[in-house]
Design a protein around this ligand. Sequence first.
Ligand code: NDP
Length: 279
Amino acid sequence: MPAQIIDGKAVAAAVEQEVRADLAKLPYKPGLVAVRVGNDPASEVYVRNKARKAKELGLHGTELVFDALMREDDLLSEIRQLNRDNNVDGILVQLPLPKQIDPKKVIDAIDPAKDVDGFHPINVGLLHLGRPTLVPCTPAGVMRLIGSTGVEIAGKRAAVIGRSDIVGKPVAALLLRENATVTICHSRTRDLPGIVREADIVVAAIGKPRFVTAEMIKRDAIVIDVGINRLDGKLAGDVDFDRVREVASWITPVPGGVGPMTIAMLMKNTVTAAQKRRG
Ligand code: NDP
């Protein structure tokens, strides 16, 4: 029997409903500010979509756009101002930034309590300590998708392919927190197919279309595909969906899997940040 499809749109819609319900209980509108520097076309779309979704759900969504030639110091002082603004609950800075600006300095400047992307070193540290924190949105979305299958994570073997700070590492930390036995694979891993074949849960975050083939997948594994690649003018994940589907028990499609979760989890993080900061 082919794998069941994990419907990211449906799970994201459920998360959005939770956000609406939480918002209805708050006497104020949490504020999310998305900062963009320059006019990278992909960033423009991402930031616009984030601000739009915030407004649609009833948050106060603002887009701050600065010139591509902006100085690093000026961006840092804008961030400090947002940190001080009591109406701002969540700050996100869309990456990549122009080359004169060091993204590490910018992330470090964000108040950890408002760091809804979960990239600040304090939040990263808390995540790896297994303590409550603002969790990066895509990894949080991956966990919700795995959770939606109803399959118990504790005790399972998980392989995370990719070790980026944005996806691979936080996904691995979250799976470990749920008591999976986690292996992180990367470009220097020896016998990657052999390792992945042992896994009950596979999360692919590589950025290479159809890298994960059916031969790498254990029968009845759960396969989460984070990859977004362009192949022959279409979107393709990191997993060879059609063939892996014949082996796995659950699988996410691309598009319509992890993608829709990221913005939904961002909205959830903004509400969480507001509730925590404002009491
Ligand atoms: P990065 O490029 O930062 O990281 C890719 C990782 O894959 C690296 O750790 C790299 O290893 C590893 N890798 C690359 N080639 C191989 C290989 N041949 N064998 C084993 N490992 C390999 O990417 P991101 O983590 O930022 O993103 C991964 C994918 O997820 C991309 O397609 C991206 O577009 C997508 N994405 C989707 C999101 C969503 O909302 N759905 C959000 C964020 C990302 P090494 O460290 O050794 O170089």
